[in-house]
Design a protein around this ligand. Structure first.
Ligand SMILES: NC(=O)c1ccc[n+]([C@@H]2O[C@H](COP(=O)([O-])OP(=O)(O)OC[C@H]3O[C@@H](n4cnc5c(N)ncnc54)[C@H](O)[C@@H]3O)[C@@H](O)[C@H]2O)c1
Length: 362
């Protein structure tokens, strides 16, 4: 008899974190319906994920279905739930990555951010409720925490006070999810995952962090400097209250994050668990300064990263590092990959993607 296979809808599955999570979910026997508008990704990523997943050709087609579309498209969502809901199988959960993620862009185009992130999530939750699919894993962010210049590890119940539209959209979605949990007659199970600084890539290098437009995160910019597309790295502030004066962050390997999603999903699907609502920081619990990251990247990859210091930027903080004891105790998550692996995998993936694009042009 065929093992009961669970259908999971993954929104934003062609993106950086989504694509790596697809691999982990496929390896663990889930059937995936992947919805992505490709506003910040490409369909090639899905093809590569399927090639990396060790499933043979016939099985691939039935285990991962890609649909190009927007989470704000109500008709499309209804169609997806109708198609995959019958007496034998239904969509048991949604892992929701889809959204816009640039802090800087969100200050320039706040309406786009509120619409895509908040309206998109409300739309999705309404359709899920209609089809009685009440298990939800949500991508939140460390950006929602208030300014922390005391250099203490951040705990989940610390003050929430986002200072940019992007972080505010995440905060509002978290509040909506809190409301759903307190509804009396419905039994939602929800995992909110607050990522710190995702980086690295799958060890194959075939997928990675490939935002359209200029990147906002540090590692993709370091890759560009290493590839000599940018002359030097601009480091904002060398007078922070940290050992070397540069900002300290908590970098987390994207494959460790992917495993965190699997564990969180399994937690909310297991109705024997005590709680139907978990909010977890996903980081390593270890802080790394900008200069330490640059130094590790240079040594591991044997490439020079020229840099210069500029003034601090508004809204930056000296220190943002997670307390991850909740994720360890509640879902038994233990990130395994270190900073050297993050630097090596990130550069390996960047070079491979560049080489691929170069070969396509010539
Ligand atoms: N990467 C980070 O540093 C980071 C940190 C904290 C939280 N997050 C959150 O994690 C999630 C995934 O981040 P990522 O780094 O993989 O970003 P990403 O941009 O690589 O992936 C997001 C994906 O969602 C798709 N998308 C965007 N809007 C959509 C819409 N309205 N409908 C359908 N698809 C849509 C994009 O095309 C993209 O493939 C996002 O919600 C982001 O806010 C990311």
């Amino acid at each position: 008899m065929e093992k009961f296979i669970k259908n999971i809808l993954v929104t934003g599955g062609a993106g950086f974190i989504g694509s790596h999570t697809l691999i982990t979910l496929l390896e663990n026997g889930y059937r995936l319906i992947i919805l992505d508008s490709l506003v910040n990704s490409s369909e090639t990523v899905i093809k590569r994920v399927l090639n990396l997943s060790n499933l043979h050709d016939k099985k691939r087609e039935s285990m991962a279905i890609f649909i190009k579309g927007d989470v704000r498209d109500q008709k499309l969502l209804i169609n997806i739930f109708e198609t995959y809901t019958n007496s034998l199988q239904s969509i048991v959960a949604v892992v929701h990555f889809a959204g816009l993620k640039s802090v800087f862009e969100s200050t320039k185009f706040p309406l786009q951010y509120w619409d895509s992130n908040v309206s998109g999530t409300i739309n999705l939750l309404k359709i899920m409720e209609r089809f009685n699919c009440l298990n939800f894993v949500f991508s939140s962010s460390a950006t929602i925490y208030g300014t922390n210049n005391k250099n203490l590890l951040i705990k989940e119940n610390d003050v929430i006070n986002p200072i940019n539209p992007y972080g505010q959209t995440k905060d509002v979605i978290e509040r909506i999810l809190n409301n759903l949990i307190s509804e009396k007659n419905k039994k939602w199970s929800i995992a909110i995952l607050r990522y710190f600084n995702p980086t690295g890539a799958h060890k194959s290098g075939l997928i990675g962090e490939n935002s359209k437009g200029f990147p906002n995160n540090l590692m993709p910019i370091i890759n560009k400097v290493a590839f000599r597309e940018i002359k030097e790295l601009e480091i904002f502030g060398n007078d922070w209250n940290t050992p070397d004066g540069t900002g300290v962050r908590d970098y987390i390997h994207v494959m460790d994050l992917a495993e965190g999603h699997l564990l969180a999903l399994e937690y909310i699907l297991d109705k024997n668990n005590k709680s139907n609502f978990i909010k977890l920081n996903l980081g390593t619990g270890t802080g790394t300064s900008v200069l330490e990251l640059v130094d590790t990247f240079s040594r591991v990859n044997d490439v020079e990263i020229p840099y210069k210091f500029s003034a601090r930027r508004d809204g930056d903080v000296s220190y943002s590092v997670a307390d991850i004891s909740q994720a360890k105790s509640k879902i038994n998550w233990n990130p395994k990959r270190n900073l050297k692996e993050m630097c090596r995998d990130s550069w390996n993936s960047y070079k491979k993607q560049k080489d691929y694009k170069f070969r396509k042009l010539h």
